[in-house]
Design a protein around this ligand. Structure first.
Ligand code: HEM
Length: 429
C-alpha cells in the first residue's frame, strides 16, 4: 500500500508544486542562482544546482554567509530561551537561574546565544572590512552598503536590548551607565534616554520595552533588511575581481559580477555548497567551544540601591566602549563613533570607479584605523573588570538617590533584593 502511495504522492507534488517555492531554499543558502519558474519543481531544483559562481568567489566571501548563519543560530537559541524566560522584574532573574541550572542544556543554549551575539558583531565587521577594502561599496552596490550598515545597527540594537534581560547587577548597572551617557548627547539625548527608560530610573518599564524590542520589533526589521540585502546581491551580483594589472597599479573593474557569468567559474554544487557546509560546521564548533569554555556568569540580582563593586562586560561593543573611555577618554569614544558614522557616508563621497588601495589612500587609512581600532579595543576591553573609581558615585550620593526614590511614584523594581556580600560575587551556576 505505502509502496504505491509514496511514488504517487511524489509525482503529485512534482506536478503541482510551484518552482517559486525553491525561493525558500535560496533564502537559506541551499541554492544560489535564479530559479526557473517555467520548469517543474524538481527540474528547476536540478537546474539551480548546476549554477556556476564566478571564479573569484573565494573564502573571503564566506564572511557574509557566516554572519547569516550566526543570525540564524541567534534566532533558534533565542526562541528556546524565550520558552523559559519571563520578562518581569520579579521573575526575570529567577528564570535565568532556572535556565542555567535546571533546564536541560539551558546553560549551553544561553551561552551559545551570548557568544553568537558577540561573534556576529565581530564577523559582520570583518565582512564589512572585506567589502570596504575591495571597494565593493562603490556604485552600483552603494545601496547594499547602506542596507548592510542598517543590519549592523540592528545587530547592535539586539545586543543592547538583550543586555538588560538577565536583570542582574552587571546588566542593570551597565545599562544604567549607557542610558546616562545617552542622556548627555546634546539636543535630543535626554528625551531619547527617557523614552528608552520609560521611568525615572531603569525599572520594570525599561525591561518590558527592551524585551518587546528584542523579541518582536527587531526580528521583523532584520527579516526585511536581510531579504533586501540578499535581493540586491542577486540583482547586482558580487563585485567583480581585480583583473587588470595596469603597469603594477591594480584597478578594480566595475560592473555586474556573478549573476552575469552562468558559464565557466565554480560549480555551485557540490563545490560551493560543500565549502559553505564546512564553514558552517567550523563556525558552530568555534561558537560552541567559546560557550563551553567561557560561560557568562550570573551576577547578583539587580539592585537599584546598591552599586556593584565591579562590572563584568559580556558583549563586544561594551568592551570596546570601556577600553576607548579608559585609554582615550570620552572624546576618544566620540571621535571613534564619528569615524564609524563617516564610514556610513563613504559611498556618498567615494564614487570614483578606481578600486585599488593606492587610489583611495584617505578612505583606506581611515577604514584601517576603524577596523584595527575596534579589534584592539575589544581585546583590551575584555580585560577591564571594574568601574573606574572616579566614575563611581559616592555612597552618600547613592543614599540620597535611594531616599529620593522612596518619595517618587514607585517605579516597578520588583522585590528589593538582599544587599550582596562582596565576597560572594563571581560565578553562580
Ligand atoms: C547581519 C548582517 C549581514 C549579513 C547576514 C550579510 C550577508 C551577506 C552575504 C551572504 C553576502 C554575499 C557574500 C559576501 O560577499 O560575503 C553579502 C554581501 C555584501 N554585503 Fe553583507 N551582510 C551583513 C552585513 C553587512 C554589512 C555590515 C555591510 C557593510 C556595511 C554589508 C555590505 C555588503 C555588500 C556591499 C555586499 C556585496 C559585496 C560584493 O559585491 O562583493 N553587509 N552580505
Amino acid at each position: 500500500m505505502i509502496k504505491k502511495w509514496l511514488p504517487q504522492f511524489w509525482e503529485d507534488l512534482r506536478t503541482s508544486a510551484d518552482a517559486g517555492l525553491l525561493g525558500v531554499a535560496r533564502f537559506v543558502g541551499l541554492l544560489y542562482g535564479p530559479i526557473d519558474r517555467n520548469l517543474r519543481i524538481d527540474e528547476a531544483w536540478r537546474k539551480a544546482l548546476r549554477y556556476r559562481l564566478a571564479e573569484h568567489v573565494g573564502w573571503r566571501h564566506a564572511l557574509g554567509g557566516i554572519t547569516y548563519l550566526l543570525l540564524m543560530v541567534l534566532v533558534v537559541t533565542g526562541v528556546l530561551l524565550a520558552f523559559y524566560y519571563r520578562p518581569s522584574v520579579d521573575e526575570a532573574y529567577p528564570s535565568i537561574q532556572h535556565i542555567v541550572s535546571e533546564v536541560s542544556f539551558g546553560w549551553l543554549i544561553r551561552d551559545l546565544h551570548l557568544w553568537c551575539a558577540n561573534l556576529i558583531v565581530i564577523v559582520a565587521l570583518a565582512h564589512m572590512a572585506r567589502v570596504f577594502f575591495e571597494a565593493a561599496y562603490k556604485p552600483p552596490r552603494e545601496m547594499n552598503w547602506i542596507v548592510g550598515l542598517a543590519l549592523l545597527g540592528v545587530a547592535l540594537a539586539f545586543g543592547a536590548t538583550g543586555y538588560l534581560l538577565p536583570w542582574d547587577q552587571w546588566a542593570y548597572w551597565t545599562v544604567t551607565e549607557v542610558l546616562d551617557a545617552v542622556a548627555l548627547i546634546p539636543l535630543f539625548g535626554g528625551l531619547l534616554a527617557d523614552a528608552i527608560k520609560g521611568d525615572v530610573i531603569a525599572s520594570g518599564a525599561t525591561l518590558s520595552r527592551f524585551f518587546a524590542l528584542h523579541v518582536i520589533v527587531l526580528p521583523w526589521i532584520t527579516l526585511a533588511l536581510v531579504s533586501y540585502h540578499f535581493t540586491l546581491i542577486r540583482r547586482r551580483g558580487l563585485a567583480p575581481p581585480m583583473t587588470v594589472d595596469d603597469g603594477g597599479r591594480k584597478w578594480w573593474l566595475s560592473g555586474v559580477g556573478v549573476g552575469e557569468q552562468p558559464h565557466g567559474g565554480r560549480p555551485f554544487f557540490p563545490n560551493h555548497l560543500l565549502r559553505s557546509f564546512g564553514v558552517a560546521v567550523l563556525t558552530l564548533a568555534v561558537a560552541l567551544t567559546l560557550a563551553v569554555l567561557f560561560p557568562r556568569p550570573v551576577g547578583e540580582p539587580a539592585n537599584p540601591y546598591v552599586l556593584p563593586n565591579e562590572l563584568v562586560s559580556t558583549w563586544a561593543p561594551v568592551d570596546v566602549s570601556l577600553a576607548l573611555i579608559r585609554f582615550t577618554g570620552i572624546w576618544g569614544l566620540a571621535l571613534f563613533s564619528l569615524l564609524g558614522v563617516g564610514l556610513i557616508l563613504l559611498p556618498v563621497f567615494d564614487r570614483r570607479p578606481e578600486r585599488g588601495l593606492r587610489q583611495r589612500p584617505v578612505a583606506v587609512a581611515l577604514g584601517t584605523v576603524f577596523f584595527v581600532g575596534f579589534l584592539a579595543a575589544w581585546l583590551a576591553g575584555r580585560q577591564i573588570r571594574s568601574v573606574p573609581p572616579s566614575e563611581r558615585p559616592q555612597p552618600e550620593v547613592v543614599g540620597e538617590q535611594a531616599e529620593q526614590l522612596q518619595e517618587l511614584p514607585l517605579p516597578d523594581l520588583g522585590p528589593t533584593p538582599p544587599v550582596p556580600n562582596p565576597e560572594d560575587s563571581g560565578r553562580r551556576r
